[in-house]
Design a protein around this ligand. Sequence first.
Ligand code: AMP
Length: 286
Amino acid sequence: MKIARRGADLRELLEGSRRARKTIGFVPTMGALHEGHLSLVRLAARRADVVVVSVFVNPLQFGPDEDLERYPRDEEGDLAKLEAEGAQVTFFPALQEMYPEGADVMVHAGRLGTILEGAHRPGHFDGVATVVAKLFNLVGPDVAVFGQKDAQQAVVIRKMVRDLHFPVEIVVGPTRRDADGLALSSRNAYLSPEERARATVLWRALRAGAARLEAGASAADAERSVAQVMGEEPGVETDYAAAVDPISFGSPAAGGPVLLAAAARVGGVRLIDNLVVERTLDRGTG
Ligand code: AMP
């Protein structure tokens, strides 16, 4: 596996592949890699000849009171995992490489960036869109792979790619979970054993909402049951529980698929999760 720390080195590393008309698959990450990330690397390897993974903790997507400083970092572990996974190139840029002195041009994520996660984390999706645009320009991927775990991020990126004409296909991989349903996340490392047990409430709440939808209840009913299950768990502070259309993030179409999404703070740790429910019973009223 080759490691590039500068954009120019990355370009040089990929030049040969490009000349040989090999396709490039790209997985952007913030490191502290777990099985969820690695599943995306595998997906990228199935879709492209060469896999590039970036590891960069992007300050622009963290709010002033968020966990930028204590976000887990494990360069050595990440490199070992990517090597074992067979990624060909890892891009490990320094802050100055991504944000050179005086850089202030940004991508605005638009309306999708202002709701749900965006409402609770103002500027977050502008930061995500900006860094992903920079990374797309540096890597030049044919395919880029994102996780369903961050469902709203994936739709924001799809929208950016469409609106700004990035020549890249976006693929979304399923959420990987622990056996008890907790979605894998680099932030799970912050949880005490007691908080870790409580954190499974997100999955339990989403499942309760899904069961309501599967029984023919409306999206609004399902949303209420997600909120209720979360509200009943001690030590868990709900940011939002929502039932939206998985693509527009607006109201779900009658009988159409529903994305149940939830965010909560467990101890000091903010966790998100979601579940898409295809409604097979055509009794939903939306
Ligand atoms: P992050 O390092 O948190 O920025 O995540 C990098 C990529 O991995 C994003 O596309 C995430 O959606 C994805 N990801 C994070 N957790 C999971 C998971 N549990 N399952 C699948 N993909 C994930």
